[in-house]
Ligand binder design. Structure first.
Ligand SMILES: NC(=O)c1ccc[n+]([C@@H]2O[C@H](COP(=O)([O-])OP(=O)(O)OC[C@H]3O[C@@H](n4cnc5c(N)ncnc54)[C@H](O)[C@@H]3O)[C@@H](O)[C@H]2O)c1
Length: 338
């Protein structure tokens, strides 16, 4: 049995429990939260054996195969280091940390202790599976030819109430920023993963406080990331806006193009195009590309990688590259673009 312990049983902690307990031979044996009501509710709902109001006791007392860190962003570094130093493999929520120094230290401590450190990148599985894996497979097969541009957007009309600023996400000391550090890790990682390139040569970005009007909290962000391979990622993100929610990935190659929007696993949500004899033709996937078997969730992916001792796409090194890009984007946004 693969034993999991989870620290932080709020919104995302509950989702992790649900996903882990649905995997064969995986058991969530212990959970921790400083909020005793949340702890009790989750214990009853998921029939969890051990609960701890103090995460340190969980880390010291439990023999686990994986500890999942699901607390607010400013606590990721300290709790991850504690868990690694006490001999646990760690899956930490995004963003990895609030500074590059902290992120670097997390990687060093995982190496020193010879323990895995992975960072959650669940969008591929939770919202885009299987279409995004089909897209990736087509990219890697050369169907699009040379890819030169990937546009990704995640526009929401509403995320947090505009009249209640009580959540930690809206306090920059705890969150590190707004939509860019919140949705940026997902969308930048998706772009880099599709491009198979986590090396960045330039970042140009803007951010705005948008509808939230809070200092140091961006509600909207738009940027261009030039990768060393030559591919440009163009990314738009919004928490709140006077716009219809949208979510789309457009891919530009010199032999073909594609548009993908999530939610339904329907071929209408993944359109392939080719310009042939000056006419734009819609193309359809062959069965080979449709029948991609992949893990059902990031949780399944992480368990599988740790059990087989193989490298993961959700590595701390990839997350570090994503975090560095986010900070370069913030820096670009605060400069005068001269
Ligand atoms: N991957 C995703 O799609 C996704 C979605 C939402 C949030 N997140 C990330 O997950 C993390 C948590 O976000 P959330 O929305 O679940 O927050 P939340 O506020 O709903 O939950 C955080 C929980 O941590 C608890 N906590 C605080 N300090 C603790 C400690 N020392 N020990 C144990 N528990 C402690 C709080 O009491 C709370 O219950 C954030 O880093 C966020 O960026 C990821």
């Amino acid at each position: 049995m693969f034993k999991v312990g989870i620290i932080g049983i709020g919104y995302v902690g509950n989702i992790h429990i649900e996903k882990f307990v649905s995997i064969d031979n995986v058991c969530v044996v212990a959970i921790s939260d400083v909020n005793l009501v949340r702890l009790r509710e989750a214990k009853q709902k998921f029939n969890i054996n051990k609960t701890y109001s103090d995460h340190r006791s969980l880390l010291e007392k439990e023999a686990l195969d994986l500890v999942v860190i699901c607390v607010a962003n400013h606590l990721h570094h300290d709790l991850t280091i504690e868990a690694l130093d006490l001999g646990h493999n760690v899956l930490c929520e995004k963003p990895m940390a609030l500074t590059l120094n902290d992120a670097r230290e997390m990687i060093e401590v995982s190496k020193r202790n010879k323990k895995s450190l992975l960072i959650v990148n669940n969008f591929r599985w939770d919202y885009l599976n299987p279409l995004i894996f089909q897209m990736k497979n087509l990219i890697d097969s050369g169907w699009f030819g040379r890819i030169y541009h990937i546009r990704l957007n995640r526009i929401r009309s509403k995320t947090f109430p505009l009249n209640d600023y009580s959540r930690w996400n809206l306090d920059s000391k705890q969150s590190g920023g707004g939509v860019l550090i919140d949705l940026g890790p997902h969308m930048i990682d998706l772009g880099m993963w599709l491009a198979s390139d986590y090396k960045v040569s330039a970042v140009f970005g803007t951010t705005d406080k948008g509808l939230l009007k809070l200092d140091n909290i961006d509600d909207f962000a738009s940027g261009i990331i030039k990768l060393e391979s030559g591919i440009a990622l163009q990314i738009d993100l919004s928490w709140s806006s006077h716009h219809k929610p949208s979510w789309q990935i457009d891919l530009y190659g010199d032999k073909g193009g594609a548009s993908l929007s999530p939610n339904k696993n329907d071929q209408e949500n993944f359109k392939l195009f080719r310009l042939e004899n000056n006419e734009l033709k819609r193309k359809h996937l062959s069965k080979n590309f449709l029948n991609i078997t992949s893990e059902k969730s990031v949780q399944e992916h992480v368990v599988s990688c740790i059990m087989r001792n193989v490298a993961s796409d959700c590595s701390a090194e990839n997350a570090y590259a994503v975090l560095e890009t986010i900070f370069r984007w913030y820096e670009s946004a605060s400069s005068n673009f001269i």
